[in-house]
Design a protein around this ligand. Structure first.
Ligand code: SF4
Length: 626
């Protein structure tokens, strides 16, 4: 029993501490990571200490009756709560950059001291039971009253969630006010019940033998549920709904102010990169060996431009794109590198912080929409969820502005229909209630694009979005993406193995080969004069309409196995220009023209003479072939 009591006590302390911190104003909260670490460690220590104390008192109690009061759960919880205060104060500065001043400024300790006061008052009341020799004939029944109260409150909370889930769109309560009202409703009704239990059951009935109250389980469930429902509704209507509306108004004001500041800054520095990837290195640790999928990739995307990432299958394009959102799963590992998105390094963010970027500021369209859409939810639900998750403030503000009593859920549905209309999807009201498998491939891809654009992202990553589609649909989707890019000025990272598509869509292009960037430049520059033998190979392999050829031009060989990548330049086993340094030295980036970089020894001034011989040799051979 002592073990169970200690575990329950430690869990309650963990939950209470986390809840207090979570409900502090954002500026006064202890950073969640540090707080969670400290709370977990301190709760574990508390568990050990309380178990020890329990064993000591139980042993003494065997000899001296009086010590029995110290084994009551409420007394022990008071002890645990107090020790927790000191340990928390000691440990939190060890888990991050929190100083003691930060801790006091956070108001956590002040609130916690009040909590200790309440716990000791309740513990004191309980200690009076054996001290005043109050005749409790069956103490278990008395304690059961509290456990029952907790269970009834939890059941009531569960019912509240269920009812809200099944309410119509217009009547559903938004998540945050609902959560707050449930939390306060539950705590207050438990407090009221506990107080009446102590007053009526303990003192009035048992001390003065007044038959005021009979502890009956049916009465208990009824009364606690009534208290819960009343407190829940009062707090929801009077406190949390108006507060949520106020907060959303304030947040929107802040967002609008920030947006106007950003646009004025952007107007002054239009050439700021929205995304800078630096020295990105990703390996996959397979049983066969380490796959060096991405090796020191660096590129920039500027606001409002479309950057194409092109290369053969297996050269690391998708892995680079997934790394931007930190979506690489084990056995893959991001070894090093920086992903700077509007001044913030996404590599340093916690998973929780990243959720704010995924789906809102940065979105991704995947190759196969059937695998990316959830098969068990309708299209409407999946798109509305994006609005509800990332734009709750905007939805609340719009409902307040409309003032026609509609809920944010209804509005999210209306926004979804409008978005589908914007994407030229016919009969959006009908499509909304369809499941992904009921739509054609092209329609599913449009739905994915709609989801990607729902929150007007700052960066859209399109990972071969037209590969799985036939040419006519491919053309429609490309046209649509181009129109949307012009309309919303969204920055796009477009991944494809098709240079034809890249030439239509992009402003700049980065050619990837075997995990690194071989050539980077403006699209016109690359097509007018490609420098890297690999880029030239890719361009030459595009069939030209009207030009008769017996055989299509190909790049000899295949992409190397990245577990055993070739030494030096990874392209050297397939390169017709390959000369002395290629097999041993990795090429460095050379600037050929403005914004045109190439990683090839042919253009490195230190190998100028050797490169001239290699170029002559290849030209002679090709003249011979002609
Ligand atoms: Fe070819 Fe050498 Fe240039 Fe690599 S570095 S592409 S092998 S010439």
């Amino acid at each position: 029993m002592a073990i169970i009591n200690s575990i329950v006590g430690a869990i309650i302390l963990y939950v209470i501490s986390t809840t207090i911190n979570k409900h502090l104003p954002e500026t006064k909260q202890i950073p969640r990571r540090e707080h969670n670490k400290c709370t977990a460690v301190v709760s574990l220590i508390i568990l050990g200490i309380s178990l020890g104390i329990w064993v000591i008192f139980e042993t003494i109690w065997l000899f001296i009756d009086f010590f029995g009061i110290f084994t009551t759960p409420f007394f022990m919880f008071g002890v645990m709560t107090t020790i927790y205060y000191f340990l928390y104060k000691k440990f939190i500065p060890k888990f991050g950059t929190i100083t003691k001043e930060d801790l006091y400024r956070s108001s956590f300790l002040r609130i916690y001291v009040r909590f200790i006061g309440i716990i000791w008052t309740i513990a004191g009341l309980f200690i009076t039971i054996p001290l005043l020799d109050i005749p409790i004939h069956n103490p278990d029944v008395f304690e059961l009253g509290f456990y029952w109260a907790i269970s009834v409150v939890l059941i009531d909370i569960g019912i509240t969630i269920l009812i809200n889930k099944f309410r119509s769109d217009e009547k559903r309560i938004p998540k945050q006010p609902l959560k707050n009202a449930m939390f306060s409703g539950g705590l207050i009704s438990f407090g009221i019940w506990s107080t009446q239990l102590i007053i009526f059951e303990l003192y009035l009935k048992r001390v003065f033998s007044l038959p005021l109250y009979e502890q009956d389980i049916r009465v208990l469930i009824g009364v606690i549920s009534c208290i819960y429902v009343i407190v829940f509704f009062v707090s929801l209507k009077k406190k949390f709904m108006p507060k949520a509306k106020e907060e959303s108004k304030a947040r929107i004001k802040k967002v609008l102010k920030a947006a106007s500041e950003i646009s004025s800054i952007a107007a002054g520095r239009s050439k700021d990169a929205i995304l800078s990837v630096r020295d990105l290195t990703v390996n996959f640790y397979t049983e066969e060996g380490v796959v060096r999928a991405v090796d020191g990739v660096s590129f920039d995307i500027y606001e409002g431009e479309v950057l194409g990432l092109v290369g053969e299958t297996g050269c690391g394009k998708s892995v680079s794109a997934l790394s931007v959102l930190r979506l690489i799963r084990p056995p893959g590992k991001m070894e090093r590198g920086k992903v700077i998105f509007i001044g913030e390094d996404l590599v340093q963010k916690t998973e929780l912080e990243l959720l704010k970027y995924r789906g809102k500021d940065i979105t991704m369209i995947f190759q196969d929409p059937l695998n990316s859409l959830n098969p068990v939810f309708t299209i409407g639900k999946q798109i509305s969820e994006v609005f509800l998750l990332h734009m709750q403030d905007e939805l609340l503000a719009a409902t307040l502005k409309n003032n026609n009593g509609s809920s944010i859920y209804r509005l999210a549905r209306e926004w979804t229909i409008q978005l589908l209309k914007d994407l030229n999807i016919p009969h959006p009201e009908v499509i909304m209630d369809r499941y992904p498998h009921e739509l054609s491939g092209g329609m599913r891809q449009r739905i994915q694009i709609a989801m990607g654009l729902a929150c007007r992202p700052k960066l859209l990553i399109a990972d071969e979005p037209t590969t799985a589609l036939d040419v006519t649909i491919q053309n429609q989707i490309l046209k649509l993406l181009k129109e949307l890019h012009q309309k919303y000025k969204t920055t796009i990272l477009y991944i494809s193995h098709d240079l034809g598509i890249i030439s239509k869509m992009c402003d700049h292009v980065a050619v990837m080969y075997s995990g690194s960037i071989a050539e980077y430049g403006k699209i016109q520059g690359i097509f007018a004069k490609a420098y890297h033998p690999y880029t030239r190979g890719l361009i030459n392999s595009i069939p030209i309409i009207g030009k008769q050829q017996d055989r299509l031009t190909v790049i000899p060989g295949t992409v190397p196995n990245l577990i055993y990548p070739p030494s030096g330049c990874r392209f050297h086993p397939r390169c017709q220009y390959c000369f002395e340094p290629c097999a041993s030295n990795s090429p460095r980036e050379i600037e050929m023209d403005q914004e045109h970089l190439v990683a090839c020894h042919l253009y490195d001034p230190q190998y100028k003479d050797l490169a001239a011989i290699a170029i002559n040799k290849v030209e002679k051979e090709s003249n011979k072939d002609k």
